[in-house]
Design a protein around this ligand. Structure first.
Ligand code: S3P
Length: 741
């Protein structure tokens, strides 16, 4: 058991309950303390602690116990802390480091300040967020803190070495240690732990004390049991906690009381809209919370946040599949549906993280949105002027489309907004939208070099603008057209090459006039959006992985159903056909203003080509997988005029070149493209760089590899293609999430 070299001499744990006992036992087993001494007022607990191996020995007398201590852990009930601290203050503690486990920190710090006449520098306040329905030293569990949070709340004067030591002890027990200010800790715990306990105790008592109600418990179903489980907690301990964390609990309780009153009023007034708003927001927040917990469990199991795909070589595709809904159209359906008057129904919505980020942003701005449920979303539009300020910064995850399009809308609102994103989005250029919006009169702040976060000031009137885009970007075009819905006069955007026109089409679908003349699109303010029905076609950018897969894997034949074939998106089909691919468009039709077809693809011998530059914007998202097609083609493929690829979710030219070189493919990145020599693909370890399309492209490469490909950093596949692995398995691509060890 005692494997490690001791880090400290003597650890003294005062209070041998579940928490103190588990701390003592865990560290004793770790071998990091030469001796673990327990102190408890209860003789039986002391005896049990020794018998169960929780401590090496016990003392009844505090002074004796603390002699020569290196670390003293105070694990007594929170209201007993004051008395204990007063006793400790009268003793000679030498260089001992003090720490505690109280669930409220402000009162412990105050008690220590009073007892010692100021907070001792070697006292590190702490709080393990771990517990169990069990109690007492007999429940001590050396594993209790594994994968649980422990919050340390050092003060300015806290000794750095003492803090480091306590931090290391908790980590040795497998805890996930965080540091926080005392006040913040008490606020957070009041909201997430203390308030729910108060409500559970209060609700059960309120129902139980009316005798006629006792009977109704017989009918209580799962919901009641779930909600009130924590009312079975230790009343004495909880009474202590409420007395100890009084101020923070009162603040959060008052806020909640106001919200509860608002709900009461809504019920009273029969205001279903208000109720639906609260319930849909709450539901999604709860799901989000559940996901965080699930992800944490996963990450803990992996001991890192690297999601790895293992792609085994070979395979042949067959069958018929429908890939998820178009990402661009899904984003726009939420935006325009929210700004419309009336209720918009969306079908085929992409339930990927990017589109969900947009959906959440509008919920945060007060729009009631039901779903998504099997791709169906119901949006209760608030009209062009009905958005409300979000309660805090709007987090957009990995989604550049959300941030760029929203910035145009938000620049025209009466309130301030802050837009933030994940590490990848935080590196992407936003001046391409901020600069023209500023020309329209918007006030926007960004971080250095025009990176997110974006702070968009409200209350500034926008003026129409005539603007020629410096790069072919549908996001910038769409951003300006959306701002144009609010700007005085006319907003006109000219693009250097055609880019996806979903914004223009969908605005018209909502009854808003957009004039398009060649490369120029304009809107005028003053109109209204009228709610409509939207059917989102399958995303050609997701279908592209399977178009390439079926083309390169000998003997394959696959049908991709209901794919959007808007001519501003079909560059991938044109390029693959130029390379010799066998792709047929069947059952062509139009749904809701967008052309769709079933794509029938058969394996073919591909050859290298010079990719025509005019096709680049029409296939902009498909290049990672097109590079894989090029690697399988006979001869050389050359791409030019694609410098935009360097500022996508990753630098797609560099990242693909690195991965292809690792797999033994000859290629050479250039400033605006790449040169790829077709040949044999080998196996190896490549990196997705948090970019969904890189991870999926290398998965497809495995079909022609001669050894397995391990792809790191694949979690973001969920941003655009949540069921990618399931569809791969269905059609015959041998890629799966690597088993957790
Ligand atoms: C998108 C436009 C493109 C594309 C992105 C989605 C859109 O970006 O890469 O995935 O929905 O407007 P750019 O406008 O930056 O080229």
């Amino acid at each position: 058991m005692q494997s490690a070299v001791p880090m400290i001499g003597r650890l003294v744990v005062i209070g041998l309950g579940l928490i103190g006992g588990s701390f003592a036992k865990g560290l004793r087993e770790s071998g990091l303390c030469r001796e673990v001494v327990g102190v408890d007022l209860d003789p039986q607990s002391r005896q049990l602690a020794v018998e169960l191996g929780v401590v090496d020995r016990c003392e009844e007398d505090l002074v004796l116990a603390c002699q020569g201590a290196d670390v003293i852990q105070l694990a007594v009930p929170i209201l007993a802390m004051e008395k204990l601290l007063a006793l400790l203050a009268g003793m000679d503690l030498g260089q001992a480091v003090l720490t505690d486990v109280g669930s409220a920190k402000g009162n412990v710090v105050r008690a220590a300040q009073e007892a010692f006449g100021g907070m001792p520098a070697r006292f590190v306040p702490g709080h393990p967020i771990a517990g169990s329905e069990q109690s007492g030293v007999e429940a001590s569990n050396a594993q209790l803190f594994r994968r649980h949070k422990v919050i340390l709340t050092p003060l300015e004067q806290t000794d750095a070495a003492a803090l480091d030591l306590v931090d290391r002890l908790w980590r040795e027990l497998g805890a996930d240690v965080e540091h926080m200010q005392v006040e913040r800790h008490d606020e957070v715990l009041a909201a997430t732990s203390h308030l729910p306990h108060l409500l559970a105790f209060g609700l059960v008592d309120s129902l139980a004390k009316r005798s006629e109600n006792l009977d109704i418990f017989r009918y209580a179903a799962g919901g009641f049991r779930d909600f009130t489980r924590i009312a079975g907690s230790d009343p004495v301990m909880w009474h202590d906690i409420f007395l100890a964390n009084r101020e923070a609990v009162l603040r959060t309780l008052d806020t909640f009381r106001n919200d509860l009153d608002a709900l009461r009023d809504a019920v009273d007034a029969g205001d279903g809209h208000q109720l639906l708003g609260v319930f849909t927001r709450a539901r999604v927040a709860r799901e989000h919370f559940g996901k965080i917990l699930a992800r944490r469990a996963y990450v803990d199991a992996m001991n890192s946040n690297d999601l790895i795909f293992l792609a085994n070589p070979g395979g042949r595709l067959s069958g018929r599949i429908r890939v998820p809904g178009d990402k661009s159209i899904s984003h726009r359906s939420i935006m325009l549906g929210s700004l419309a008057e009336g209720t918009t129904e969306v079908e085929g919505f992409l339930e990927g993280e990017d589109a969900l980020a947009t959906l959440q942003a509008f919920r945060d701005m007060g729009v009631v949105i039901e779903g998504p449920h099997h791709g169906r979303v119901t949006i209760h539009g608030v009209g062009l002027h009905g958005l409300k300020p979000a309660p805090g910064p709007i987090y957009l995850g990995n989604s550049g489309t959300s941030m760029r399009l929203l910035s145009g809308l938000l620049a025209a609102q009466s309130f301030d907004s802050t837009l933030t994103g994940d590490p990848s989005l935080s590196k992407r250029p936003m001046n391409r939208v901020a600069n023209p919006l500023r020309e329209m009169g918007a006030v926007i702040e960004t971080a250095a070099e025009g990176r997110p976060p974006m702070v968009i000031r409200g209350g500034h009137k926008l003026k129409g603008l005539t603007y020629t885009l410096p790069m072919a970007s549908a996001q910038v075009k769409s951003c300006l057209l959306l701002a144009g819905l609010y700007a005085e006069g006319k907003t006109t955007v000219t693009e250097p090459a055609p880019t996806r026109d979903h914004t223009e089409r969908m605005l018209r679908g909502f009854g808003y006039s957009v004039s398009v003349d060649g490369a120029t699109a304009s809107v005028e303010s003053g109109g209204k959006l009228k709610a409509t029905h939207i059917e989102v076609p399958a995303d050609i950018s997701s279908a592209a992985f399977f178009l390439v897969a079926a083309s390169i894997a000998e003997g394959s034949e696959l049908v991709l159903e209901h794919v959007g074939i808007n001519p501003t998106r079909t560059g991938v089909i044109d390029i693959l056909r130029l390379m010799g691919a066998d792709i047929r468009l069947e059952n062509q039709r139009e749904v809701g203003g967008e052309p769709v077809a079933d794509l029938h693809v058969r394996a073919a011998k591909l050859k290298g080509i010079e990719i025509p530059e005019e096709l680049v914007p029409l296939a902009i998202d498909e290049f990672p997988v097109l590079f894989v097609a090029a690697a399988c083609a006979e001869g050389r493929t050359v791409l030019r005029g694609a410098e935009e690829l360097r500022v996508k979710e990753s630098d797609r030219i560099q990242v693909m070149a690195d991965g292809l070189l690792t797999l033994g493919v000859k290629c050479e990145p250039t400033p605006d493209g790449i040169i790829i020599e077709g040949g044999q693909i080998g196996g190896g370890e490549v990196h997705g760089h948090g970019d969904h399309r890189i991870a999926m492209a290398f998965s497809v490469a495995s079909l022609r590899a001669n050894a397995p490909i391990r792809i790191h950093d694949c979690a973001n596949v969920a941003t655009s293609f949540p069921n990618f692995l399931a569809l791969c398995a269905q059609v015959g691509i041998r890629v799966a999430q690597e088993a957790q060890s």
